[in-house]
Ligand binder design. Structure first.
Ligand code: ADP
Ligand code: MG
Length: 356
């Protein structure tokens, strides 16, 4: 469907895209991952010529886009793009947002456009919001409308640039679910995302970009479980970490639990491991370590979620709180595969690890 050959893009002296050659076949779902500033957005924007490549060739459904004679507007309609910030028309109802492109650009009669729009709203789960205005919707709902509007133009491929990164963590799921459903229905897609669990589940192929080029690409299986090259490995295994610090008196258990939960949700931690981390934290902070002694809780795991480490530090007398007879101790031993106690400069430290 798309063939990219020796694509380069520079802004002045800054080379952002360096010699990318790749193809996207019909039905493929490609996610593009990598550190920020490596040109992922620029690459996506070059594909539909929102940015003009400095050199190289892009072919889409047999047409050379980089050729001046190609009608770019016509081509762009077949490549839907969904951005981070929704870009809905604020002064139009949801229904009108979904009809305007159909009637103005595709010249579909209003009645038919409305019928299509209502069907699309159903596919993104927002039938009852047809008459609402964008500012009456949550971020997740707005992004689902943006996806429906994009679909209303009947694109052959959809490009997503970090569709969930402007969203509150609790709303990421509703948007990724809609995108997964499109994938199941055979939509060809290229998606730039930081949601690793989503990338793992939705993609037929993952492109890892680094410093303006395709550094490694492969199946989710390969990229997540056995990446061949060093930077990919480092990126995939980078640890997500959470830290909560307290100075004895105003330790707020509810706040800690809530922050930990938000962190877990934002990083798409599986339910089972979220429960383990929550339970461990609770047993330690509520039952085993006196409130006034607690100093910090740390929790971290790599993107591939194959191992987890939770640690606590606490003051007071030098002691390992796991060495007492207590039901909480048994619960923790049932979760952690390894438990290490250390005492350094009058601070007690306990490390708990478990594997997937
Ligand atoms: P990513 O999406 O991977 O975070 P981008 O494609 O947004 O990366 O940006 C890659 C690089 O190009 C960055 O260094 C960015 O500052 C630069 N860049 C992006 N757009 C422009 C622009 N319009 N003018 C100048 N530099 C830009
Ligand atoms: Mg970007």
């Amino acid at each position: 469907m798309i063939k990219v050959t020796n694509l380069n893009k520079s802004y002045g002296n800054l080379e952002v895209i360096k010699d990318i050659t790749t193809t996207i076949e019909k039905g493929e779902v490609i996610t593009i991952i990598g550190p920020s500033g490596t040109g992922k957005s620029t690459f996506l924007r070059c594909l539909n010529l929102l940015e003009n490549p400095t050199s190289g060739e892009i072919e889409f459904e047999g047409k050379i886009l980089t050729d001046k004679r190609t009608n770019i507007n016509e081509v762009r309609r077949k490549m839907g793009m969904v951005f981070q910030n929704f870009n809905l028309f604020a002064n139009m109802s949801v229904l009108d947002n979904l009809c305007v492109g159909q009637t103005k650009l595709l010249r579909i009669p209003r009645a038919e456009a409305e019928k299509n729009a209502r069907e699309l709203l159903q596919t993104v789960g927002l039938s009852e919001k047809a008459d609402a205005y964008p500012d009456e919707l949550s971020g997740g709902q707005r992004q689902r409308v943006a996806i429906a509007r994009c679909l209303s133009m009947r694109p052959d491929i959809m490009l997503f640039d970090e569709p969930t990164s402007a969203l509150d963590p609790t709303m990421v799921g509703e948007v990724t679910t809609v995108i997964k459903r499109l994938a199941q229905n055979g939509m060809t897609m290229a998606i730039v995302t930081h949601e690793m669990e989503f990338a793992k589940n939705v993609s037929t192929r993952i492109i890892y970009m680094d410093e303006g080029g395709i550094y490694e690409e492969g199946s989710p299986q390969i990229i997540f479980n056995s990446p061949k090259r060093e930077k990919t490995r480092a990126f995939i295994n980078r640890v997500k970490s959470f830290r909560y610090e307290t100075d004895s008196k105003d330790f707020d258990f509810i706040e800690l639990t809530n922050n930990l939960l938000n962190f877990c949700n934002a990083n798409a931690l599986s339910k089972a491991n979220l429960n383990k981390a929550g339970l461990l934290s609770e047993e330690l902070t509520v039952n085993l370590i006196p409130k006034e002694d607690l100093r910090s809780i740390n929790f971290g795991f790599p993107d591939n979620q194959e191992s987890f480490e939770l640690s606590v530090t606490y003051g007071g007398e030098k002691r390992d709180v796991m060495q007492v007879e207590d039901f909480s101790v048994d619960i923790i031993k049932g979760i952690a595969d390894s438990i290490i106690y250390k005492c350094e400069s009058d601070t007690n430290e306990l490390y708990f690890k478990w594997a997937q």
